[in-house]
Design a protein around this ligand. Structure first.
Ligand SMILES: N[C@@H](CCC(=O)N[C@@H](CS)C(=O)NCC(=O)O)C(=O)O
Length: 273
């Protein structure tokens, strides 16, 4: 049987969460890079895997299961056939992997329905709060020029507010009382992994901006460190590309700032005269 295929771009936070999860749990998989900066997610070939044109997505031939009825209508492709399970959406993928691979420890997605319901509530909250704040901020301040998108100062302002509020909510609701992981668990769940990967994205905004958001949230910093330790060395390995992007952006910004502070050619000539 073919290993599960994971379509991902490591610059994408949900992609990293899936990759780290597979590595930590020794799930055999083949990583297929879908380069967002080269618009590979919009290619007809990838749209056959995920019609929404987003990463991550997986193709798994383990079961003859289908996420949606319409999947029967999907054409055969080189990479999958109509009997493969094709899943998009990071949380659906993490839930699936945690449920079908017997080697995955229970704490990632507990069988206990009471605990699981609490994890679901965090995952649902994440999309319309933390992710909306962090991803919108990163998109409008760091990525837009690379992706040819227009930025909006109003969107940045709202995203900053939502991000700050979300960080406060995590601390006051789920990390209350010195909890090591969300919900006071002694070990991480898929919610810990997903949310921490989201917050890691702030790195590419530079240390000052990251510290402006995280500096005042000591509980968040400790919790992030706990998640890193629990998933090391895979956490660091999956984030290597993010730190490379960060270094490149910082050096580009520094070069642009230098250029702006240098007297213009006209001015140089004038001063020589
Ligand atoms: N809700 C989805 C969102 C996936 C998502 O937003 N992926 C981004 C990268 S982080 C993407 O593929 N963006 C390209 C696009 O939307 O055009 C998930 O959590 O998996």
């Amino acid at each position: 049987m073919q290993p599960t295929k994971v379509y991902a771009d490591r610059r994408s936070q949900p992609s990293r969460a899936v990759i780290i999860f597979c590595r930590v749990n020794q799930i055999e998989f083949e990583e297929v890079t879908v380069d967002l900066f080269k618009s590979q997610h919009l290619s007809p070939q990838f749209r056959k895997i995920n019609p929404m044109g987003q990463v991550p997505a997986i193709v798994d031939g383990r079961f003859k299961l289908f996420e949606r009825k319409v999947i029967h209508e999907q054409p055969r492709t080189e990479t999958c056939n109509t009997f493969d399970l094709i899943l998009a959406k990071n949380h659906a993928i993490l839930r699936y992997l945690a449920s079908v691979f017997p080697g995955v420890a229970d704490h990632w997605y507990p069988a206990d329905l009471f605990t699981r319901a609490k994890i679901e509530s965090i995952l649902d909250w994440h999309h319309s709060n933390l992710r909306r704040g962090a991803a919108t901020l990163v998109m409008h301040t760091a990525l837009a020029p690379f992706l040819g998108l227009r930025t909006s100062p109003e969107a940045v302002k709202q995203a900053e507010k939502l991000l700050m509020q979300s960080l406060g909510t995590i601390e006051s609701v789920w990390l209350n009382g010195g909890a090591k992981f969300l919900l006071g668990s002694p070990q991480p769940s898929i919610a810990d992994l997903s949310l921490v990967c989201e917050i890691m994205q702030l790195e590419i905004l530079g240390d000052d901006v990251r510290d402006r958001f995280l500096g005042a949230h000591e509980k968040i910093l400790i919790w992030m460190d706990n998640v890193k330790r629990a998933t090391s060395p895979h956490f660091e390995e999956a984030h290597e590309l993010l730190f490379q992007v960060k270094a490149r952006m910082l050096s580009n910004n520094a070069a642009a700032a230098n250029q702006a502070s240098e007297p213009s050619t006209k001015h140089k000539i004038a001063s020589k005269l």
